[in-house]
Write a protein that binds this ligand. Structure first.
Ligand SMILES: [Zn+2]
Ligand SMILES: [Zn+2]
Length: 208
């Protein structure tokens, strides 16, 4: 099982893998292991992924069967495991905790050929609904401090499969960049009583 270890000098956490050395590309989906003739994200291939955790599909279709518009499944080759306690440990200056987290794949369309940019408004809305549903669900898990959705577009950019998808990670630490953003928001609130994000948005709109 992987582990989070804190770098006491930088004050940052890194993920380490105990069992074997992973290639950087394996951090998301192992390209060789999924290099197959039939795309596992296409309808009819649902059994090739872990069981879905969310799907937008008609009521008369069964989970893990075709008919879905958007489908969310755990990553088949996760770096982080969803089960277990964090088990935070301190040894001198070193802190560590188990590699607990969520790592999911949002399959944005049943159509193997189309990219997110080629979806129509209602299809794009469905993708956003799936994002929202997964974020609302995972934020109830008190082990997690940060949820992130990201997307690698195109195999060249590191997307392991051409079928349009995004990924979600939930981690038990707050990344330093996000921590700084939160500090700025808190300072602004103390000084003005306003939400910094709302004020930034209002200024952008006012500036045209
Ligand atoms: Zn496909
Ligand atoms: Zn706000």
């Amino acid at each position: 099982m992987s582990e989070f270890r804190r770098d006491p000098l930088k004050g940052t956490w890194v993920i380490t893998e105990n069992q074997r050395v992973r290639q950087p590309r394996e951090f998301f989906i192992d390209r060789e292991r999924v290099a197959m003739k039939v795309c596992p994200f296409c309808p009819g291939q649902e059994y090739k992924t872990p069981q879905e955790v969310f799907a937008l599909r008609p009521d008369n279709t069964a989970a893990n069967s075709p008919g879905w518009q958007v489908r969310v499944v755990p990553n088949k080759f996760p770096v982080l495991r969803i089960e277990g306690e964090l088990n935070k440990q301190t040894a001198g200056l070193n802190q560590s905790m188990r590699g607990i987290g969520a790592h999911e794949v949002i399959i944005e369309t049943a159509d193997h050929q189309r990219s997110l940019a080629q979806l129509d408004i209602s299809e794009t809305t469905s993708v956003m609904q799936a994002y929202r549903a997964r974020l609302l669900d995972l934020r109830q898990d008190s082990r997690f401090r940060y949820l992130q959705i990201f997307k690698n577009h195109g195999v060249e950019a590191g997307a392991p499969l051409p079928h349009s998808h995004s990924q979600l990670m939930a981690v038990p630490i707050t990344p330093p960049v996000i921590r700084n953003e939160l500090i700025s928001c808190r300072e602004h609130f103390h000084n003005t009583g306003n939400c910094l994000i709302c004020d930034l948005l209002a200024q952008e709109i006012a500036d045209g």
